[in-house]
Design a protein around this ligand. Structure first.
Ligand code: OSB
Ligand code: MG
Length: 370
């Protein structure tokens, strides 16, 4: 039993080492809300809100999450006794959607739960892998030299698969060049919903390049048209934005909208919902891997724990600290060695919070107590 006696929201402002460009725009400044949850018996759990400043990816933003956290979710759980993180589902039941806000708190509660048991987060989730396979997501670049340099660098570090962002006008040209230079590497493309069925000719042409999969080619909230498209392609469709719950995943699978799911803890409302999706994928024979949100070590720690589960059967977008940050708020750094990351075995998320770094990036704090 854990009594949640205090919650602190640390609003942090960080800067990615390298600007990250996708079909919608460029991210370099990165805001987060870091959630610190304290219990009566003096333990601390950490969670992270991974929403962006603007609602270009899904509808949530740091601002909407701040509102939902402060005015609704925190009041619902502060002072409560919690036995297991799954119990948050009932506290949050009156709140429609807002998965990233829910996930932020839930992540802190999972960390507390694992720490209380003296076990790693991977362990309490049921993750068995001592190491996970790392993939990397490479944004759109200014020119071919920069793109090839990023790919060469990723291959040198042993990343197990490479994801390239594409958009209309930078699709066939980009993928064909990459394929000419790297005929055999495991590569996939992510469109972040930049196409429609009117682009069928382009999408059919992309089908010729032996991509591992194409991620979210059509609208961010679509399942039906992806099902139509999947029937026309031999390349597997992977859904990202369209899957915001286990129920969405069920519908997508039954409709034939995808053969792969990019599972992001924040996008689906937390680890408990992620476990439901993994179970579903296992039962239905759907490939699944863990995605990323250009996040700090806290959220990546949760994702590494999830990726240590056997049901996750492909390398995800989980890259090294040095791919994102000059200085992170967690220690030690996430290191990719021969394309693999060690699953931490210390209690909870398995990374320490560097309080000095956290303070240095914090622009505002809000504290709530029972
Ligand atoms: O579509 O998976 C995506 C980054 C921000 C928002 C959406 C996406 C991405 C990435 C990079 O592809 C993931 C990462 O390396 O954290
Ligand atoms: Mg994506």
């Amino acid at each position: 039993m854990m009594k949640i006696t205090g919650i602190t929201l640390h609003y942090v402002q960080m800067k990615l080492k390298n600007a990250f460009t996708n079909s919608f725009g460029t991210v370099q400044d990165r805001s987060f809300i870091i959630i610190e949850a304290n219990t009566k018996d003096g333990m601390t759990g950490w969670g992270e809100c991974v929403a962006f400043d603007q609602p270009w990816y899904t509808e949530e933003t740091i601002q909407t999450c701040s509102h939902i956290l402060k005015d609704i979710l925190i009041p619902a759980i502060i002072g409560q006794h919690i036995n297991h993180p799954d119990e948050l589902v009932s506290f949050f039941a009156p709140v429609r959607r807002n998965p990233m806000a829910k996930s932020a708190i839930e992540g802190a509660i999972w960390d507390l739960y694992a720490k209380k048991k003296g076990l790693s987060l991977a362990n309490v989730l049921g993750g068995k892998r001592k190491q996970i396979e790392a993939g990397i997501s490479i944004g759109l670049k200014k020119n071919d030299e920069e793109l090839f340099a990023a790919i060469d660098n990723s291959l040198a570090q042993g990343y197990k698969r490479i994801k390239l962002k594409i958009k209309p006008g930078l699709d066939i040209s980009l993928i064909s060049k990459v394929r000419r230079r790297y005929p055999r590497i495991p590569v996939m493309a992510d469109a972040n919903s930049a196409y429609t069925l009117a682009d069928m000719d382009t999408l059919r042409e992309l089908d010729q390049y032996g991509l591992m999969m194409i991620e979210q080619p059509l609208a961010y909230n679509d399942l039906y048209e992806h099902a139509l498209l999947q029937k026309e392609l031999k390349t597997k469709i992977c859904l990202d934005e369209s899957i915001q719950s286990a129920h969405d995943a069920l519908q997508a699978i039954r409709l034939g909208s995808c053969r792969v799911i990019n599972l992001k803890i924040g996008r689906v409302g937390g680890l408990s919902e992620s476990l439901k999706i993994l179970k579903l994928c296992e039962e239905e024979g759907i490939d699944v891997w863990c995605g990323g949100m250009l996040e700090t070590g806290i959220s990546r720690a949760h994702t590494i724990a999830l990726a240590s589960m056997n049901a996750v059967n492909l390398p995800g977008d989980i890259s090294s600290t040095q791919n994102y940050w000059n200085r992170d708020i967690t220690a030690p750094e996430v290191v990719v060695l021969n394309g693999c990351i060690d699953t931490p075995d210390k209690p909870g998320i398995g990374f320490e919070i560097n309080r000095d770094a956290l303070e240095a990036f914090t622009v505002r704090k809000e504290h709530f107590h029972a």
